[in-house]
Design a protein around this ligand. Structure first.
Ligand SMILES: Nc1ncnc2c1ncn2[C@@H]1O[C@H](COP(=O)(O)OP(=O)(O)OP(=O)(O)O)[C@@H](O)[C@H]1O
Length: 241
């Protein structure tokens, strides 16, 4: 298992942002993490990445204990959020050098690793372009590349495709499949329900709890609907009208 948590909880004062959540994700799996705004997805991801201390619960990420070995987890995971932080006044290559340095890679390692990644992600021609001049869809690929430099086992993608056109989103998903084929575990949140269909397995969160977890086909069968959009509306909207 890449990720395994039991009873994971985060309290902010009296408010349970994440309320006794349990799940596991296998190596190489593309696991979609869905939920309405404020359901607790980002808070869960921050605990899994070792960035936020759980109030309660146990778990392991990339083999390390989330309560005791969170510093080791950080070296084995990649994280890319919708607000990815690339420096616009650096070139694509300078951003890669910068992030490689943050991950503790030396110059030789950055060159080797980035040329592998550029070949997969297709960034070679944009290397010397100023990041501010690169189209949004390619910036996202560059951010993905930066988050993969240290060859992590698990990659957390928090709404990675928000704000890009459908073609760029589809191409980004091709990359996600490639990563999964390479044995990387992909943990992804999205508000696009067409993207939810691409995940191997999904969980749906509501008010801090996981209310559904299965593969897209089984979830659609369970609700007797044809799309994940309808599953989402039926499950998250249940009891609210
Ligand atoms: N540091 C904090 N202090 C207090 N409340 C917080 C804090 N961080 C998050 N919350 C609250 O916890 C709840 C869950 O937030 P979270 O960001 O995890 O949701 P989300 O599912 O990621 O939402 P979105 O889809 O909008 O990103 C929200 O009600 C949010 O306001």
């Amino acid at each position: 298992m890449s990720v395994e948590v039991a009873g994971l909880t985060k309290m902010f004062g009296d408010f349970a942002a994440v309320d006794h959540v349990s799940f596991s994700v296998e190596k190489g799996e593309i696991f979609g993490f869905l939920g309405a705004n404020g359901a607790g997805k980002t808070t869960t991801i921050r605990m899994l990445c070792g960035l936020l201390e759980p109030s309660e619960g146990t778990g392991r990420v990339a083999g390390f204990d989330i309560n005791r070995e969170y510093n080791k987890i950080k070296n084995r995971i990649g994280y890319m959020s919708q607000k990815f932080s690339l420096y616009n006044d650096l070139t694509a290559w300078e951003n890669i050098e910068f992030y490689g340095g943050i991950y503790g890679l030396n110059d030789k390692e950055i060159k080797e690793r980035s040329s592998e990644l550029f070949a997969i992600i297709g960034l070679e021609e944009l290397k010397d372009k100023l990041t501010s001049s690169i189209p949004m869809g390619w910036k996202q690929r560059l951010a993905l590349c930066a988050s993969l430099l240290h060859d992590p086992d698990i990659i957390f993608l928090d709404e990675p495709t928000s704000g890009v056109d459908p073609v760029s989103r589809r191409n980004f998903w091709k990359l996600i499949y490639q990563l999964s084929d390479m044995g990387k575990t992909v943990f992804v949140t999205t508000h696009y329900m067409d993207e939810a269909e691409y995940c191997h397995r999904l969980s749906i969160m509501k008010q801090g709890r996981i209310i559904e977890m299965d593969n897209p086909r089984s979830l659609k069968e369970k609700y007797g609907v044809k799309t994940m959009q309808d599953v989402f509306l039926a499950s998250v909207g249940r009891g609210e009208n």
